[in-house]
Design a protein around this ligand. Structure first.
Ligand SMILES: Cc1ncc(C[n+]2csc(CCOP(=O)(O)OP(=O)(O)O)c2C)c(N)n1
Length: 483
């Protein structure tokens, strides 16, 4: 309570940026939110609490997908933006890797109660020491007011123009009540942004949730009934009335769980692992790949070093195995390697491709969008990936199955009749190893012996080894003879 002498200072919270400039040079905005939208008020309540609790420097705000996707334009703290519905998982990762941080997952009802239902359920059930602010405006706001799981019975939305038919779509989902059935959460309350009285109650709930996290007592969840005048096709005043008269009946306000007092603080968090120790930990137990020295490209021409390789074909051509084997060869030479397979919908006959990055430095991004090397095993792979090869890169293609000629003249095009050569050896399936041999021979990256060593380690059926070795050797030979 303020005494008569106490001064109340109304000021802009420091935890919010003073100007919201989305792009340099762009017109500065009040906010990007529509008039009468509750998000702005909720942002202010959270930012004021961050100021008052002195936690701005250690707060990580996880924005969702939805109208509040731009949380990072507003909150002057650590920020993540998560994929639709995945904010609780991102918040979990942030909290676990930085246990001293205060982590906020801020989500709409489409995000939290539709696509991310499983995420929120499990984060709550694990009792993650994070705070979730659930902004329930009974529709998908950002995308044009579609029906959400929280849409009221009979409520008209852009996808339920005659009103939500609960016999087809189920009844409104009560997330606070649902989560309150779990053991782990310590505090769950539903509040609303309407008049001053309700906003004050919301302010209290926001603070209680954050204080509980600061005190390391576990999972806290505040559902905030919010207005979306534009999505609801009402003016702000009408929207406020509609929330009070309709939403509050279906979603009663109140505390659904409060075990804050009786909960003991979680153990003091352990110090996070220093980043430089992470590779050590990752490589622990992988004795076959112990780094015994620095990787070295030796005489490999500059243009073939540090390759980002995409191998593509149809399922059953051994595309993923080729990538995995090449990765194994490179690991044995102490290189940093990532191998990222992409499976088609079918295990046989569908498309398959994989990404391999080989580097002298730890690899940050295993996904390759602009490959420097493409190995295309069939026509569709050639169509899809030839245009993506970086200028100056290498396109190796299986000329037995690819009928078209390459169209690019700013890359090296290397035709290898891999399937034909494999059939000559007695089994068309080893076309992948012929292509691998050809690639290594063309670039000088690794030797036939290097591949044989890896084959010895990874091939389970020793009777296959001889044919595999022959195929690799045939690939090396093919290039030697044709260049
Ligand atoms: C995986 C995925 N599915 C769908 C979308 C499209 N999408 C963007 S915002 C949004 C609606 C968000 O609504 P809500 O979570 O209720 O938040 P609000 O905009 O109302 O604050 C949807 C469906 C997307 N970005 N990603």
């Amino acid at each position: 309570m303020n005494t008569v002498n106490e001064q109340v200072v109304l000021k802009w919270p420091e935890s919010l940026y003073s100007e919201f400039e989305r792009k340099p040079g762009e017109e500065k905005r009040a906010t990007h939110y529509c008039p009468g939208c509750s998000h702005g008020v909720i942002h202010k309540l959270i930012a004021e609490a961050m100021d008052d609790f002195g936690i701005r420097d250690r707060t990580i705000f996880v924005s969702p997908v939805g109208c509040s996707v731009f949380g990072y334009y507003y909150f002057d703290c650590g920020n993540f933006q998560a994929a639709h519905g995945r904010a609780p998982a991102v918040a979990t990762g942030a909290k676990r890797s930085r246990p001293d941080s205060i982590v906020i997952s801020y989500q709409g009802d489409g995000d939290l109660a539709a696509i991310g239902t499983n995420n929120i359920l499990h984060a709550a059930n694990r009792g993650e020491n994070i705070t979730v602010f659930f902004v329930n405006n009974a529709i998908y706001g950002m995308t044009g007011g579609q029906m959400a799981p929280t849409t009221l019975e009979g409520q008209k939305t852009s996808t339920s123009p005659t009103g939500r038919d609960t016999s087809l779509t189920g009844k409104p989902l009560h997330m606070s009540e649902l989560l309150a059935t779990l053991d782990a959460p310590v505090y769950i309350e539903r509040v609303a942004i309407t008049d001053a009285k309700h906003i004050l109650a919301a302010r209290k709930a926001v603070r209680k949730a954050l204080q509980t996290q600061i005190d390391r007592k576990g999972f806290t969840f505040v559902e905030i009934l919010s207005t979306c005048p534009v999505g609801w096709k009402m003016d702000p005043q009408e929207a406020k009335g509609w929330l009070e008269e309709n939403m509050m009946k279906v979603f009663p306000l109140g505390v659904f769980k409060d075990q804050v007092k009786e909960t003991e603080p979680l153990p003091v968090p352990v110090t996070p692992i220093p980043a430089e120790e992470v590779p050590e930990i990752l490589f622990k137990g992988m004795s076959a790949f112990e780094r015994t020295g620095e990787p070295d490209w030796g005489d490999v021409p500059e243009r073939y070093r540090e390759p980002k390789i995409k191998v593509a074909g149809f399922g059953g051509q051994g595309i993923l195995f080729l990538g995995a084997l090449l990765s194994n060869v490179a690991l044995r030479k102490n290189f940093h390697v990532t191998w990222l397979p992409a499976y088609g919908p079918e295990s046989r006959g569908g498309t398959a491709n994989c990404n391999v990055v080989i580097s002298t430095r730890p690899v940050a991004a295993p996904l390759i969008t602009e490959p420097e090397v493409v190995m295309a095993f069939n026509g569709p792979s050639m169509d899809r990936f030839e245009p993506l090869v970086e200028p100056g890169g290498v396109l190796m293609y299986n000329s037995s199955l690819v009928s078209q000629e390459p169209v690019r003249d700013d890359i090296e095009n290397v035709a290898v009749p891999a399937t034909g050569l494999a059939v000559e050896l007695g089994d068309g399936k080893v076309a992948n190893l012929i292509m691998l041999g050809a690639y290594l021979s063309h670039t000088g990256m690794f030797t036939e012996e290097d591949v044989n060593e890896a084959l010895n380690a990874v091939i389970k059926y020793k009777e296959m080894l001889e044919l595999d070795r022959k195929a690799v050797a045939r690939g090396f030979q093919y290039i030697r003879e044709s260049q």
